[in-house]
Design a protein around this ligand. Structure first.
Ligand SMILES: *[C@@H]1O[C@H](CO)[C@@H](O)[C@H](O)[C@H]1NC(C)=O
Ligand SMILES: *[C@@H]1O[C@H](CO)[C@@H](O)[C@H](O)[C@H]1NC(C)=O
Length: 381
């Protein structure tokens, strides 16, 4: 806190820590050398992260504190530290990183070109994360860089990548062979790429529209229209739940509006809408993240508008726009940072199986793993 006496700051921190004993089941913090804007699960207990400064950056696999997963003898488990298990160096920034399921490989993009770098997390009994190759993108230069999705289909690792809707390509990891190219007439910057089944993927554009593509069918992609409330300068971020038959889409705007819709019913409009309780003035749009909880149906997490991560239960929203208050807010990054001006959460991810566990990272190089207690669930589960 700028201009605040140190003791005053300590008091605020103490208050927050005391409060946190009641609001978190678990909370562990770690300090990196450089901040990261990528956090990717490589197993249920480890993540891959990497820096985004303009020159060299560390890329590493971090093991979460063993105490977090100690079930019966939690009190006896003393190991409360994150541990670096594998590490390496990149030549440039890392703006996007994906782990390829079923392998020990990750692919990254530097935000400057559409090419991807391929990394092996370990090999030949070594702790070193090694660059093993690259995949060529369809455009030379691409402002904002490529989005990446990965899957392992028929035991063939495949990477979907592209910077705009006109240069999305599915590439086989081992051979670099293009397997599929998305053909569209306009070239809109992408906010994300995501598989919703083995053969269907979504290419979500920053203008709010979404291309739904089945790679087995040669027909043109289906275009899911942008939210009705979208103005010309509105940017949108998208996440979809897995599973084609029940797929729900959430879109978050640069003005803090959220729309939930049903993938099978593009014409029906929003299932529900809300105006979130966030400040949208001073944010860096690179950091905005919105994600569905993998276990808790209808829960979403939002970050990047400031120093907090917010959790909302979208099931309580209706189709008319209403103001929504977060169910829970992780303020740990901003509370424990000495500089209150400009600290931003750079990324968050839900644990794939533990219902209320998330990881988040911030611009002050902090990484937190936290398991929150739902205030709306009385037994504290
Ligand atoms: C947004 O992108 C879609 C798909 O590329 C394009 O067809 C549409 O014209 C764009 N919409 C707006 C409002 O700019
Ligand atoms: C979210 O809200 C809905 C509607 O009030 C409620 O039925 C549901 O139990 C809540 N979800 C969770 C996971 O608690």
């Amino acid at each position: 806190a700028v201009g605040m006496e140190e003791t005053e700051f300590d008091d605020i921190l103490d208050d927050w820590f005391i409060e946190s004993l009641k609001t978190y089941r678990d909370l562990y913090v770690y300090q990196l050398e450089q901040p990261t804007k990528v956090i990717e699960w490589t197993s249920g207990k480890s993540v891959c992260i990497a820096g985004y400064s303009s020159s060299k950056n560390e890329i590493m696999e971090l093991c979460l504190p063993p105490k977090l997963f100690a079930d019966e003898n939690k009190a006896l488990c003393a190991e409360r530290d994150f541990r670096v298990v594998h590490g390496g160096l990149t030549d440039g920034p890392v703006h996007c990183l994906r782990h390829i399921p079923g392998t020990r490989c990750v692919v990254t993009n530097d935000g400057r070109s559409s090419d991807l770098q391929v990394w092996e997390l370990e090999g030949d009994n070594s702790d070193v994360i090694r660059r093993t190759g690259s995949l060529e993108g369809r455009r030379g230069v691409s402002e904002g860089g490529s989005r990446i999705a990965a899957q392992c289909s028929l035991s063939q690792p495949q990477v979907l990548h592209g910077a705009t809707s006109s240069d999305v390509q599915l590439t086989q990891l081992t051979s670099g062979q293009p397997l599929f190219k998305l053909e569209t007439t306009s070239a809109d910057p992408l906010s994300s790429l995501q598989f919703v089944s083995d053969s269907v993927f979504l290419a979500s554009c920053c203008n709010g529209s979404i291309y739904i593509t089945d790679i087995r069918i040669s027909a043109a992609p289906q275009l899911f229209p942008p939210p009705a409330s979208s103005g010309d300068s509105t940017l949108w971020w998208t996440d979809a739940t897995a599973g084609l038959s029940t797929c729900k889409i959430v879109r978050l705007s640069s003005f803090g509006q959220v729309e939930v819709s049903d993938l099978r019913n593009p014409g029906r409009g929003a299932v529900s809408r809300a105006q979130l309780d966030i400040q949208t003035h001073h944010c860096n749009f690179d950091n905005i993240r919105v994600s569905w909880a993998p276990v808790l149906d209808g829960y979403i997490a939002v970050s990047g508008f400031g120093g907090t991560v917010q959790i909302y239960n979208s099931s309580v929203w209706r189709s008319e726009l209403q103001e929504a208050q977060p169910l829970f807010e992780h303020r740990g990054h901003s509370v424990s940072s000495l500089s209150t001006d400009g600290i931003t959460v750079t990324s968050h991810v839900w644990h794939p199986e533990w219902p209320r566990m998330l990881l988040s990272a911030a611009s002050d190089s902090s990484v937190h793993v936290w398991d929150w207690i739902d205030p709306s669930v009385s037994d504290g589960n």
